[in-house]
Design a protein around this ligand. Structure first.
Ligand SMILES: C[S@@+](CC[C@H](N)C(=O)[O-])C[C@H]1O[C@@H](n2cnc3c(N)ncnc32)[C@H](O)[C@@H]1O
Ligand SMILES: [Zn+2]
Length: 282
């Protein structure tokens, strides 16, 4: 009987409809026949991959905001190889140590869902929001047990105090909005580059490569609970991995054609992964 209860709980967590607010009038959205609708009759269709686009045109600053398709494809190919798995493992250790594993979690600026889906437990609801439709499309297609939406982090379509855990990996950190959707006692985990992150790759591009500036943190009102640095070498013996890594970075645009050709014939390359994980509490 107890086993059946647990099975039912698991099934419910898998199938519970997501709780979104209408981005236009902030009323609750109800899902019926693959359409989300609020009481003011604003409606948003569920795409065939299962995500919903909650970014009205008037909120867009460009036609296709966020990362473009080639960056998205490069990031997925790179992450699939497991080069950043030690980072996920650290994030999950913190989640297991401090988090409420059956409460809603948001991955803010989730990209293609690599970090979001690894936080899915038997009973929590995992949401991923990103402004780039191309990345949400592939996230939703692959990770069907999470809820993905296209939206902006500066105006999240969720009720106040809805989440007990927020993750932000290499994405914009908007403290006011993140604080609004976090419940009292809830946590925000940010992952940002530490000094030496991809330094060897940067050196190939810039004559005077500089270290990342880690002194600035965009958080001032939440309480810092822990700060950890994670550093490890990544060794590549396949030029595609290095090219994908480069394509994921903001300095890809600075790489000359000559350098790209050089990387294509690279047999071996190694560089540092260097992250700072900061855990804050509301
Ligand atoms: C460097 S990527 C990181 C993606 C993912 N967290 C990861 O580490 O694989 C930054 C992400 O933030 C998204 N982004 C940038 N500005 C945003 C905004 N205002 N609202 C929502 N997402 C945004 C981009 O589209 C992109 O997917
Ligand atoms: Zn509405």
């Amino acid at each position: 009987m107890r086993q059946f209860g647990q099975l039912l709980k698991n099934k419910l967590a898998m199938t519970l409809a997501p709780n979104y607010l209408c981005p236009l009038c902030q009323q609750a959205l109800l899902l019926t026949d693959k359409t989300y609708r609020c009481e003011n009759n604003h409606s948003f269709d569920q795409a065939k991959q299962g995500y919903v686009n909650l970014l009205p045109v008037q909120f867009k600053h460009s036609k296709a905001p966020g990362d473009n398709k080639s960056m998205v494809i490069a990031r997925r190919a790179f992450l699939d190889k497991g080069f950043y798995q030690p980072l996920v493992d650290k994030m999950l250790t913190l989640y297991q140590q401090y988090g409420q594993l059956d409460e809603p979690l948001l991955d803010a600026g989730c990209g293609e869902g690599f970090y979001s889906h690894q936080h899915k437990t038997a009973t929590n609801q995992v949401y991923g929001v990103d402004i780039a439709k191309e990345t949400i499309k592939i996230a939703a297609k692959r990770y069907q047990n999470c809820h993905f939406s296209v939206g902006t982090l500066s105006k999240l379509s969720f009720a106040d105090n809805y989440f007990s855990w927020l993750t932000s990996v290499y994405a914009p950190i908007l403290e006011t909005e993140f604080t609004r959707v976090l419940n009292q006692g809830g946590y925000l985990l940010t992952v940002t580059p530490a000094q030496q992150h991809l330094y060897e790759l940067k050196e190939l591009i810039y004559h005077n490569a500089s270290e990342h500036d880690v002194t600035k943190t965009p958080i001032s009102n939440l309480t810092l609970i822990s700060e950890e640095r994670l550093t490890y070498p990544m060794c590549f013996n396949n030029s595609d991995d290095v090219l994908n890594l480069l394509a994921m970075t903001p300095f890809a645009f600075k790489a000359s054609n000559e350098l790209i050709e050089q990387l294509k014939s690279t047999q071996e390359f190694s560089c540092q992964a260097d992250f700072i994980l900061r855990l804050y509490q509301k």
